[in-house]
Design a protein around this ligand. Structure first.
Ligand SMILES: Nc1nc2c(ncn2[C@@H]2O[C@H](COP(=O)(O)OP(=O)(O)OP(=O)(O)O)[C@@H](O)[C@H]2O)c(=O)[nH]1
Ligand SMILES: [Mg+2]
Length: 225
């Protein structure tokens, strides 16, 4: 079923859903894998807006891409950290692009691969001209970690717009989630007057998916004005 949602800028396919009781959890976008690249300079030049997921290894970047698009196995996931090794681009609805990037903080990674990661990911983030916003994924089960805070500082100091996505919220209680987000707010407030957009998500339950898609649609709308 193909149901255009007004003012959203994306079309949604609902799977096994009563059209009178549309459930966001089951919605499916038209999403296809473009290709993988080990260098931003090899990525195809595009003018459509691009959004990147970055974060620690195993935080749930690839899973969230599958959850948000509703396309199972679109991005490859694994319970072991270090699964995504390249810049993976996905065409969404022929209107925007999602980039799944390799994670940092992988304990077993060699010094050489850490340097390679830094070069590949940071060069992409600094130079990809159609990149509109970076989503930094944070595991909601933890209080702010040094490596995540370093990425926040790096993004801000390079003038790259970013938002925070808290992942795996199905794995903790609401009170623990509230506590960890409060710790993030306190930490960020030390340096920033204005806090970035924050979205809480679960790829298991679909929580946060609609808010994330609406946020992206809003940016897409601003660009097309
Ligand atoms: N319970 C739960 N598990 C999740 C969620 N998101 C991801 N996972 C699990 O976390 C593990 C890592 O997920 P990935 O999506 O591969 O993580 P990643 O950030 O892409 O990892 P790298 O590619 O190594 O950087 C997998 O076992 C997922 O099933 C979530 O929202 N809830
Ligand atoms: Mg991955």
């Amino acid at each position: 079923m193909n149901i255009p949602i007004p003012n959203r800028g994306y079309t949604i396919f609902f799977v096994n859903c009563d059209p009178n009781n549309l459930c966001v959890r089951n919605m499916k976008l038209q999403a296809t894998f473009i290709s993988s690249y080990d260098d931003y300079q090899k990525c195809p030049e595009r003018t459509t807006p691009e959004y990147a997921f970055i974060g620690r290894s195993n935080v749930g970047k690839s899973s969230l891409i599958n959850s948000v698009t509703g396309v199972k196995k679109l991005a490859l996931t694994s319970s072991k950290p270090g699964k995504t090794q390249l810049i993976n681009l996905f065409n969404i609805e022929d209107q925007w692009i999602l980039a799944d990037l390799p994670g940092y903080g992988f304990a077993k990674a060699s010094q050489t691969s850490r340097i390679k990661w830094g070069r590949m990911v940071h060069d992409y983030l600094k130079n990809r001209s159609n990149l509109m916003n970076v989503f930094l994924l944070i595991d909601s089960r933890h209080e702010p970690m040094k490596s995540d805070l370093e990425q926040v500082t790096w993004l801000a100091s390079n003038g790259i717009p970013f938002s925070l996505i808290f992942t795996k919220i199905d794995k903790l209680s609401n009170s623990q989630l509230g506590k960890n987000i409060a710790a993030w707010t306190t930490e960020l407030s030390k340096d920033w007057e204005e806090l970035p957009k924050m979205i809480t998500t679960s790829s298991e339950t679909g929580k946060g998916k609609e808010e994330l898609l609406d946020y992206i649609a809003e940016i897409n709308k601003q660009i097309s004005k």
